[in-house]
Design a protein around this ligand. Sequence first.
Ligand code: XMP
Length: 513
Amino acid sequence: LVLVVDFGAQYAQLIARRVREARVYSEIVPHTMPVAEMLAKQPTAIILSGGPSSVYAEGAPRIDADLFTAGTPVFGMCYGFQLMAQNLGGTVSPTGAREYGRTPMTVGEPGTLLADLPGEHRVWMSHGDSVTAAPEGFAVLASTDVTPVAAFENTDRRLAGVQWHPEVLHSEHGQEVLERFLVDIAGCRQTWTMVNIVEEQVERIRAEVGDARVISALSGGVDSAVSTALVQRAIGDQLTAVFVDHGLLREGEAEQVKQDYVAATGVDLKVVDAREQFLGHLAGVTDPETKRKIIGREFIRVFEAAEREVLATPGPPVKFLVQGTLYPDVVESGGGAGTSNIKSHHNVGGLPEDLEFSLIEPLRTLFKDEVREVGRQLGIPEAIVARHPFPGPGLAIRIIGAVDEERLAILRAADAIVRQETTAAGLDGEIWQFPVVLLADVRSVGVQGDGRTYGHPVVLRPVSSEDAMTADWTRLPYDVLERISTRITNEVAEVNRVVLDVTSKPPGTIEWE
Ligand code: XMP
């Protein structure tokens, strides 16, 4: 276990991911956690993240100096590096010279941390203060025009630090530097794999569940597909998965869940065909928030009814509910690694008042790319594992205007073409998400064959993002855009115009509603 101490920068999650990419398990802890508590977790190493502030700023986060004498290897990055320098008797000076962005750096004596790296390379910097003198006993390894001490190490004490951000892709050799610390200085073993995770979780779930029964809701997304498959691997038919088909998924997606997913995982799946019910309630509704509310409400109603049916079938008590919570959600809500117990919100629909489900959240420690890897280990079809994020309300919020079968069919056909072409062009990896939006109440004049048309536009909304909080429009190659446009206007009769959304987020959101 490597602990990443979060000093409030947005980089802690990225550092934790990079450590895991080096096949060493990592967890994030807040800098307010007492050092004794950190050490009680018996970490193999501790990494201090960057932070927004100067070590001289009022209220700047500190760390207890005991951390550096405990014998546990410590690596400081940026703010963490400066904290180390200050605590260990080096000098941090508010030189006033800022370095920001890609910065050329000169390696002097490379030591262990920078061994075999080019003498000059570029690293990502973001700081105001600089370390001007290394602590006693520490070797200075590199410098820049502005920063005399850009990296230092003391291999006897197994302490090291760098002024830059090795976790950022713009830092050349960043991952190598991180691995040098983890492996060569701290002695971590690179054994973290998704195979181990599957085995561990299967055992843990079996022990926790015993003979009880478990319910899971499958949405068609990656997280619920993987968490459900993991639980089914552990307890087999004690699990019932419920898939509410609300009719708002894209072409082929419901079938993938109902057929391919079931075939691959052997899960006992209860499919509720609620398409008419959802479309009935959505009829004539154009307001985005109203659409969302209706879909949320109906989903709970349908799921509760299915739950009651499962509860009514003879067998051991149903005690658990599976949830696909991921590590970033846990970190962001300030939570630890334990499991929580909820009073199910489902009891509003007429379940016994005192019915409580415990949550099983087998993905609580994982990042999204790790979840996909677990999914592959479990044999879930690639078409599901590689899926881009898709909103719960589905295509309903990609039809601008009222939702009906006919409009859904138009959008599904256009969306399917987009997915085929981006996949064929090998672009799925660099696109975060690619909504296709039907402007159902807009018509424009066109000409096709020898006749005038009066059809609908569709909007292409490909975006690149790290976390959906901010996003940029993806610069798709013109030839791909051309193929998409030609195919949609030829193959989808009701659409005579294809337009591209070139708005970043902010100010636009990713979805149109
Ligand atoms: P926006 O449009 O707010 O979307 O930039 C950010 C991310 O959230 C997804 N999204 C939703 N997901 N229920 C969901 O489960 C919703 O109501 C919903 N609205 C937006 C969106 O697809 C994007 O990934």
